[in-house]
Design a protein around this ligand. Structure first.
Ligand SMILES: *Cc1c(COP(=O)(O)O)cnc(C)c1O
Length: 389
């Protein structure tokens, strides 16, 4: 049977490869600790679960979702209120907010909504692997903008070749950034808006880590800078702040035309989010700020533990201030893959090689802090034992 050519261009999803490696070792009886995947293990807040159960019993919720692909108005209003409260951003729940089946869905449908076959889509390297996959699925062409430590992990728009720029119709940005942890500044977002206006490029700012910031870093929405709504949308998600990755709910906000295009795709593919999940999400957005604070406290503690351990084995660096990942420089003389392999073989600890996020991820590995404390402690003990001097 034929498999579509466009799928051949997509490399195997990083976490599938990781999972296979872990499963193989486990089947051989090795106690593998995975720090590879960013998926909170702590439970969803109880009030949110209770609301889901209550709403799931109401028959009207068993039908197609209210307002289908847009998301129900009550949810869109709560999203608007949350954005006003947390980021000082004003959006109209009619037309400027759409409910999503997670931010990943939004990335994909954004591309299908705004890009023609053969168009170029700008993305950052290193970057979230799903962007590239979505670009290929739309038969468009990715262009990787290097995101380097020496530029504070901001892409340099000036370096994009003129012929590429002419064909570029869309761009992905993502701060706080997965995998580097870098956070944006208002100045950078202003530059991005001006650049997008000058070259007729639609921006998708993917912001699922907006709440996961440390060391006094400001919570920042792309839509907080003037003119952002003219050129782009922002995606956000309940997955990371509320430990709800499995629930599949998020939101898109901003430019009306882009959102209308995205909705047209959704209307013909997924028909929206289960009502009961939208009602439960309203409870999270309205009542669970304290869960965010609690999780930040937990991640901060884990962050310190990892940094201390790394210092003891001679890896010292200044961590970036966002996300629940640490983007760690590998020891001198090693590649990302060398260090990943050494950690696996000497300590049975799995981390993600930086190059899994693009060629400019070379020289780094990514550790996720979304593992139980006990497992992280065990992993750090093993690393210290295996690599300590
Ligand atoms: C986790 C993650 C997502 C996916 O979020 P969902 O809302 O669960 O789909 C999207 N973008 C980035 C950069 C992520 O790290």
């Amino acid at each position: 049977m034929q498999v579509a050519d466009r799928l051949q261009k997509i490399p195997p999803y990083l976490f599938v490869t990781l999972r296979n490696k872990i499963n193989k070792a486990r089947s051989e009886g090795i106690d593998v600790i995975s720090l590879g995947v960013g998926d909170p293990v702590d439970p969803t807040p109880q009030r949110v679960i209770d609301e889901l159960c209550r709403q799931a019993r109401i028959p009207i919720n068993h039908q197609y979702p209210i307002d289908e692909e847009k998301g129900m108005l009550a949810f869109r209003r709560e999203v608007a209120a949350w954005y006003a409260k947390r980021y000082g951003v004003e959006v109209n729940p009619e037309g400027e907010v759409v409910g999503l089946i997670g931010s990943k869905e939004g990335c994909h449908h954004f591309i299908l909504g705004v890009v023609n076959p053969g168009d170029v889509v700008l993305m950052t390297d290193p970057g979230y692997p799903a962007y590239r996959a979505s670009i290929f699925m739309a038969s468009a062409e990715p262009y990787a903008m290097p995101m380097l430590a020496e530029n504070d992990y901001f892409p340099d728009f000036e370096r994009i070749p003129a012929d590429i720029l002419k064909r570029s119709r869309a761009m992905f940005l993502n701060y706080p950034n997965n995998p580097t942890g870098a956070c944006a500044t208002r100045e950078f977002f202003k530059r991005a808006v001006a650049f997008a206006k000058a070259h007729d490029i639609a921006i998708c700012h993917d912001n699922p880590y907006s709440e996961v910031v440390f060391d006094g870093q400001e919570r920042l929405s792309f839509l907080a800078v003037p003119g952002a709504k003219d050129v782009g949308i922002e995606l956000n998600s309940l997955s990371k702040p509320y430990n709800m990755t499995g629930w599949r709910i998020g939101m898109a906000l901003g430019n009306k035309e882009i959102l209308a295009a995205l909705c047209k795709v959704k209307e013909n593919t997924d028909s929206g989010i289960f009502n009961a999940i939208q009602y439960a999400a309203i409870v999270a957005l309205r009542e669970e700020d304290e869960n965010i604070e609690k999780m930040l406290g937990i991640y901060l503690r884990r962050r310190r533990l990892v940094l201390e351990t790394l210092a003891k084995i001679g890896i010292e660096f200044k961590p970036q201030k966002g996300t629940f990942y640490l983007w760690i420089p590998v020891p001198k003389g090693m590649t990302s893959l060398d260090f990943t392999t050494a950690l696996f073989e000497k300590a049975a600890v799995v981390v993600a090689a930086g190059t899994a996020y693009g060629q400019h991820g070379e020289g780094f590995v990514r550790i996720s802090l979304t593992v139980p404390d006990k497992r992280l402690e065990e992993a750090m003990e093993r690393i210290q034992k295996a690599f300590g001097k």
